[in-house]
Design a protein around this ligand. Sequence first.
Ligand SMILES: [Mg+2]
Length: 229
Amino acid sequence: MAAARALFLFDIDGTLVRRSGPHHRRVLEDAVRIVTGHETTTEGIPLQGMLDRAILTEMLVRAGAPSAMIRRSMPALVSHAQRLYLRADVPPLHDNVCPGVRALLRKLGRREIPAALVTGNLSRIGWRKVERAGLRRYFRFGAFAEQAEERAGLARIAIMRARARGWVAAATPVWLIGDHPNDVSAAKANGIGSIGVATGLATEAELREARPDRLVRDLRELSLEELLG
Ligand SMILES: [Mg+2]
């Protein structure tokens, strides 16, 4: 396969889909209870832009769990949360797809420009959500919460992988699209282009402060032709 003209990395929550239901929060809480016996909640934790393992850690810190115990429990928490999500009755999320997402993914597909996920979701949760939204077929691969400590590390994994497979060349432009200032920072940390999209909880003003290369209200406003140059 010849190297593509660009690589697009997508956050999931607030970027591809929004209001995807309580299941994700619930499985994190259930996993904590099953693995550690602690009754915890995600209430009050600013989940937006956070990686799932960081959320699990914060839930347990707030419950007073010692850090050694949190570290020890993490592999089991990760596997339980994912298993529970796959078993959860997640409804179809077609109506929760953000405006402009499908059209953009179709355009990328037609131009054979690879799209990948870069998300704070654990892998099986992320893939399931995207599948329920009817978007699975557009994504070639992804980098997920269990693979790095921070979003910048996830973006780096995705870029390296696309290069290693020969899907893009070292000089190929890479864009990261996300709804949170953390997505913008992750792009900047990797020296790639950042596109802030105000379809999540962060306001346009909050996103603007992170200084993305492009800022749009929703992805219908994004001009792919202009990006590809
Ligand atoms: Mg997001």
